[in-house]
Design a protein around this ligand. Structure first.
Ligand code: GLC
Length: 481
């Protein structure tokens, strides 16, 4: 089976977050299962220094009355096992950011997404390889399925290719004015309630949802939640309409890249079967790095973008109570809204011995925090899957998270008389609910045995990509024309 991933991000070449990481690792697991899998991604400025061979023929999109031509380049770096095609268009993709620069979102993002999505349906003209399945990711690649349907309708022959759309975060939909739809070159009838129109605007994700053969999202629980008005981000009706074709598949993580027993970024290896010594050394190092006073009390780590979704405003509100009244220290790494950045910074200034903050993103420091903390706080208001809690668990930092999306699928909540618990879940995005969960964690931490059991279960929780890859392969087989 031949599958083409279409995505604006692919790690390690271009990424802003979880989407890039998934597109950079799931294909490797699918390839191991014997699928012929390849990736199409724009040739962003940050990919320019890669060894890429540009192929002769071009792909083109007829947009309004213009013809926009792009070339395809093949990555010639054998360290990445899956073939990657880069879509080259100097005008549209050779930019400082993937979606935006310091001036904000690019004004022509709709057109950029049309050019990428359309190219996926023409790739066989250039590379002499025709995918059976076009698997697109998030709004920027979502219209692939519509271009595919248009192509197949035009031919008037039975379908030879099928499509899957994976939603990594329903919040990002790609919303633009109607005038942008005209640039797509898609049939006029694809506008409207059964297509790309959403409350009068162009909505790329909605168009993808309406057109894809199947739709997936990144955890079973999120697949249920997004059909409801509470989590549906105004697309719940479309998702209900397509409900029979919508499935949730839990993301894995790359176990080789996230292995605490051989991670060069952490100061001491941690053995999942007897983590105490390694954890303590990593903890001592993080205490020193952040200038905290004590490595005897539990350390709570945070590695996150600082946006409303992540719910860390709740932690900001309760932190003074916690550090004044309990033996607990905090290390926070993240960036995002000015308000939250300043909120955490102020707390670090007021309680320097107990709160360490670094504004920014630094993957190596993130790894040191996973390794050096005892608990990991993730109070997300919604979370399609969440990768950080999975990394934290593998590195022996017990998660304290809100019961939503993939957090509920990866964390087993503490219950009386159950010996499966590997973390803490709380129900409402309320300060008090988070506080109660943290207090419970502190209680368990005092009983060393209880904590160690929970920690060990967190470290050994299954998280490989193999399970997910098997499920994706099954979904592809349902789609196969
Ligand atoms: C998005 C989601 C996150 C998910 C990731 C990868 O970043 O917000 O929850 O883990 O995509 O699918």
């Amino acid at each position: 089976m031949k599958v083409l991933f279409i995505s604006p991000e692919v790690s390690p070449f271009a990424r802003t977050g979880g989407l890039g990481e998934v597109v950079g690792s799931l294909p490797l697991a699918l390839q191991k299962m014997g699928l012929d899998i390849r990736i199409l991604c724009p040739l962003h400025k940050c990919c320019k220094s890669l060894p890429i061979k540009i192929l002769k023929r071009s792909v083109s999109l007829v947009s309004d009355s213009d013809r926009i031509s792009s070339r395809i380049g093949v990555l010639e770096d054998e360290s990445f096992a899956v073939p990657v095609y880069f879509l080259k268009n100097e005008l549209l993709f050779n930019r400082d950011g993937i979606y935006a620069d310091e001036k904000g979102n690019f004004k022509d993002n709709a057109l950029r997404s049309f050019v990428l999505s359309n190219a996926a349906t023409q790739i066989e003209k250039v590379v002499n390889w025709k995918p059976d399945i076009l698997h697109s990711h998030d709004w920027m690649a979502a219209s692939t399925s519509a271009y595919l349907n248009a192509k197949q309708e035009k031919k008037g022959k039975p379908k030879t290719q099928g499509s899957l759309l994976t939603i990594h975060n329903l919040e990002h939909q790609g919303v633009f004015p109607f005038s942008d739809f005209k640039k797509s070159g898609l049939p006029q009838k694809y506008w409207g309630i059964n297509g790309f129109e959403h409350y009068g605007n162009l909505n790329l994700l909605k168009g993808g949802i309406q057109h894809a053969d199947k739709i997936s999202t990144v955890s079973p629980n999120y697949a249920k939640e997004i059909r409801t008005p509470l989590h549906g981000q105004n697309l719940d009706k479309s998702l209900q309409f397509r409900g029979a074709d919508l499935i949730g598949i839990l993301n894995g993580i790359n176990e080789n890249e996230w292995n605490p027993s051989m991670d060069p970024s952490v100061p001491h290896p941690i053995d999942p079967n007897s983590p105490c010594e390694g954890k303590q050394k990593c903890k001592n190092a993080i205490v020193k790095e952040f200038g905290l006073a004590s490595s005897k009390e539990p350390i709570f780590g945070v590695v996150s973008r600082l946006y409303h979704q992540k719910g860390l405003d709740l932690l900001i509100s309760i932190l003074p109570t916690l550090v004044k009244n309990y033996r607990a220290s905090f290390v926070i790494l993240g960036s995002g809204s000015r308000e939250q950045e300043e909120g955490f910074q102020k707390l670090a200034d007021s309680f320097p011995e107990k709160v360490g903050v670094k504004i920014g993103f630094d993957e190596s420091m993130a790894r040191r925090i996973f390794a050096g903390s005892d608990f990991f706080v993730m109070p997300s208001r919604f979370e399609p899957c969440g990768l950080a809690q999975q990394y934290a668990m593998r590195y022996g930092s017990v998660p304290i998270a809100r019961s939503t999306g993939g957090l509920s699928d990866t964390i087993i909540q503490r219950k009386k008389r159950s010996n499966k618990c590997n973390g803490y879940l709380f129900e409402e995005a309320e300060e008090n609910d988070l506080l109660i969960a943290i207090k419970q964690a502190l209680e368990d931490w005092k009983k060393k045995d209880t904590y160690r059991k929970i920690q060990k279960r967190a470290m050994l929780a299954p998280c490989s990509w193999e399970v997910a890859a098997t499920k994706y392969a099954e979904v592809y087989s349902w789609i196969l024309p």
